[in-house]
Design a protein around this ligand. Structure first.
Ligand SMILES: [Zn+2]
Length: 304
């Protein structure tokens, strides 16, 4: 049984995973702990309860977190987490639970989850893109997750799409993320003269609903988003040559509104040598469990 932990800005999920299934799960707040040690204690306490409840033995631990360096097992100054210094969480959890722990970047964990359990199964070369508050990427190349020198390769969301374009949270401008994330899509809708009343509700769904109801600005928003995303994906394909791209995250729920124009534009902008050799699909994992399955894949034995 693998203990899977997914650390998010507000909630930390944990669960026990066996054969690609989350058997039991729990969650705690990421904030509100005295320090990172108290946070790790709280995870351990909840994890022990799950282990006792299932009467199983823990084999390993996998942890997905933002700004995680998989080489060192350290969360490095994550801007969206309560600790603004380095947190060696892999070691902290291994000591508390008495099992080996692997910590990795959350987007890379998602890529491993899709590869091992989801729509990427069987692909030696795979690209997984998470579309949500931010845009993350995970690349499997020649049957291995690409970590890079700093243990966190695959920051597709921060590749520059537009020179001197929209300002990005990373301090630069024109990143892919500023166009195809939730915030980016909402910005595009406003830029296209969309109704600001509609986006009082959070997320992308109100714009999707408006598009389906005939709102032209909303329809163009999905067209433009698809065009930008297609260019970003086609650029990335030229570097690692994946056989499949799996899209994952909240925005993918817009379904055909995004996927139809995306497939059409992708075909137009893809270099000819890759035509017919790469497809784009949406995640094959149950939405609620995908982050935990990703973390579990990280903690797994590598027998993929
Ligand atoms: Zn950026």
């Amino acid at each position: 049984m693998i203990l899977a932990i997914d650390i998010g800005g507000t909630t930390t999920k944990l669960g026990l995973v066996e054969n690609g299934q989350v058997v039991v799960r729990d969650r705690i707040n990421t904030n509100g702990h005295a320090d990172e040690h108290a946070f790790a204690d709280a995870i351990a306490e909840h994890a022990r309860k799950l282990i006792t409840a299932t009467g199983t033995k823990l084999t390993s631990i996998g942890i997905g977190a933002p700004n995680a360096n998989q080489h060192t097992g350290i969360i490095e100054m994550a801007p969206n987490l309560p600790w603004k210094h380095d947190v060696p969480l892999a070691n902290m959890m291994a000591t508390r639970m008495g099992a080996t722990a692997v910590l990795g970047n959350d987007a890379n964990a998602a890529a491993l989850g899709e590869w091992r359990y989801g729509a990427g199964k069987g692909y030696n070369d795979l690209m997984v893109v998470t579309l949500g508050t931010g845009v993350g990427g995970g690349f499997i190349v020649n049957g291995k997750l690409v970590l890079g020198s700093a243990g966190n390769a695959g920051e597709l969301g921060h590749t520059t799409l537009v020179m001197d374009g929209r300002p990005c949270t990373c301090g630069r401008a024109g990143c892919l993320e500023t166009y195809v994330s939730i915030r980016g899509i909402r910005q595009t809708y406003l830029d296209l003269g969309g109704d600001s009343d509609i986006i009082r509700t959070e997320g992308v769904k109100p714009i999707a609903d408006a598009a389906l109801a005939g709102d032209r600005a909303a329809q163009f928003t999905f067209q433009w988003t698809a065009d930008w995303l297609a260019v970003g994906l086609a650029n990335a394909v030229a570097i690692t040559g994946p056989g499949r791209i799996v899209l994952f995250g909240g925005i993918v729920r817009s379904g055909r509104l995004l996927m139809d124009p995306l497939q059409a534009r992708f075909k137009k902008v893809l270099l000819n040598i890759y035509q017919g050799r790469v497809d784009i699909v949406s995640s094959g994992l149950p939405e609620d469990d995908s982050a935990l399955l990703g973390a579990a894949a990280l903690g797994g034995t590598g027998d993929h």
